[in-house]
Ligand binder design. Structure first.
Ligand code: RNT
Ligand code: ZN
Length: 424
């Protein structure tokens, strides 16, 4: 038996917490009202170890890897949707779903350059029925034309064209999502292209990627329907020495073409964090997409926990007044634990990190800073870590009618018993 607070205990703890925060000039109610309006884009690929439904038996490629074989992985679209429904029911607030091109609903294999909005109609029906916004991603991996490690930067013009056509088809699907759901879809482009060992020519593949991207984005799409993002990376499995789409490459591309830059927390040197990048990028670009993830020693895509890194990212979004401009997406895939648990734990942590940031006494911190009182600033930042944030979080979960504390694990265990364990 785990301890569960009663409604009265939740309320009492919340009332006291409110007073503690008020003493620092923080209105907890305002923070919770704001938190409620911020959607997190859950990534569909945590539910099936990035297999997708184009050809689920094909192994994952592209320098990414889901390790572990926890039983009960979703084997088809219905199972994935059922698992997602369960996950959303454990997370406070209203949230989005990020799909990948390979999660199409078709009864035969459709070539990637021929995928259509029709192949995603059932996802739109599901999104409408459950009030989820949709985001999208082109799929440039787990495919025979990506097996040599190159797609949009491939030396072969025919292969490049195939992937250009795939990317264009996906933008149209993104626009279809946007039109059907009445809010823009963010279609994010990430390619695995790179070399295992030191290349002799770093320039030519980047020149080809630049041209491919310009061809993909040649058609104007109403930004109210679809927004394009490009995701950079430092290295991947098998592309340790050179990745065509590096940070500098895409920063330059995004700024010059006014595309969204996607910053994945696992795509930089292990001690380099993305939090500090937001205030710079926001000066040059109207919007940013985040892939909130947790790298452990490498881009391992561990479930998001409430780390200093996560808190710093959320603090920066709030401190930069960036809640409208920074879109929060998740990107992790752990196959060694219950996959619904992974979604619930990772997304709840993203929300918790955001709540902590919203509870910060920004004015007071800035007063200390402008007065040159850096000791006061440091003392306050440390003091905040001991404020009763958990009481506010519990109250929020209760108010949003989702499980408080560890109770979400009871639901996950029950779902595992009744549903997941039946999958063989
Ligand atoms: C890979 C990128 C990319 C993928 C997903 C599946 O390193 O982070 O975002 O994780 O598209
Ligand atoms: Zn990513």
């Amino acid at each position: 038996m785990t301890f569960q607070p009663s409604d009265k205990q939740i309320q009492t703890a919340y009332d006291l917490a409110q007073e503690r925060y008020a003493a620092f000039g923080v209105d907890v109610m305002v923070a919770l009202e704001t938190l409620k309006t911020v959607p997190i884009s859950l990534h569909c690929w945590q539910g099936d170890d990035v297999s997708g439904f184009e050809d689920p038996d094909r192994g994952l490629s592209g320098g990414i890897m889901a390790t572990g074989n926890y039983p009960g992985k979703a084997r088809n679209i219905d199972e994935l949707r059922s698992d997602l429904d369960k996950a959303y029911s454990l997370i406070p607030g209203g949230h989005r779903l990020a799909l990948h091109g390979s999660y199409l609903d078709a009864d035969r294999r459709i070539p990637r350059d021929e995928i259509l909005p029709a192949h995603f109609e059932s996802w739109v029906d599901w999104a409408k029925a459950n009030d989820h916004g949709l985001d999208f991603n082109q799929t440039f991996f787990s495919h025979e034309l990506a097996d040599d490690g190159f797609t949009l930067a491939h030396a072969d013009a025919g292969i490049r064209q195939f992937w250009i056509d795939h990317a264009i088809a996906c933008r149209d699907i993104g626009a279809y999502f946007g039109a059907e759901l009445g809010e823009a879809c963010i279609t994010n482009l990430w390619i695995p292209d790179g070399f295992k060992d030191s290349p002799a020519d770093r320039l030519a593949p980047r020149q080809r990627l630049l041209e491919s991207l310009d061809a993909i984005f040649a058609k104007e799409i109403d930004p109210a329907l679809n927004l394009d993002a490009v995701e950079c990376k430092l290295f991947g499995l098998g592309s340790e020495s050179y990745v065509v789409g590096s940070h500098e490459f895409y920063l330059g591309y995004a700024v010059s073409r006014q595309k969204l830059l996607c910053l994945d927390a696992g795509h930089f040197h292990p001690t380099e964090t993305i939090a500090d990048k937001l205030s710079s990028v926001l000066l040059y670009l109207p919007e940013i997409l985040l892939h909130v993830s947790r790298g452990v020693r490498w881009d391992s895509d561990h479930v998001v926990t409430l780390t200093d890194d996560l808190q710093a990212i959320m603090q920066e979004i709030v401190r930069c007044d960036g809640l409208e401009r920074v879109h929060i997406g998740l990107d992790f895939f752990d196959a060694s634990i219950n996959r619904i648990g992974a979604w619930a734990i990772g997304t709840r942590n993203a929300c918790r990190g955001l709540l902590m940031a919203l509870l910060e006494p920004r004015e007071l911190l800035r007063e200390y800073e402008s007065a040159g009182d850096y000791t006061g600033r440091l003392a306050l930042l440390e003091e905040l870590k001991g404020l009763p944030f958990g009481a506010v979080w519990d109250y929020y979960c209760a108010a949003q009618a989702v499980p408080v504390g560890m109770a979400f694990m009871d639901e996950i265990r029950e779902y595992e018993r009744a549903v997941l364990s039946q999958r063989t």
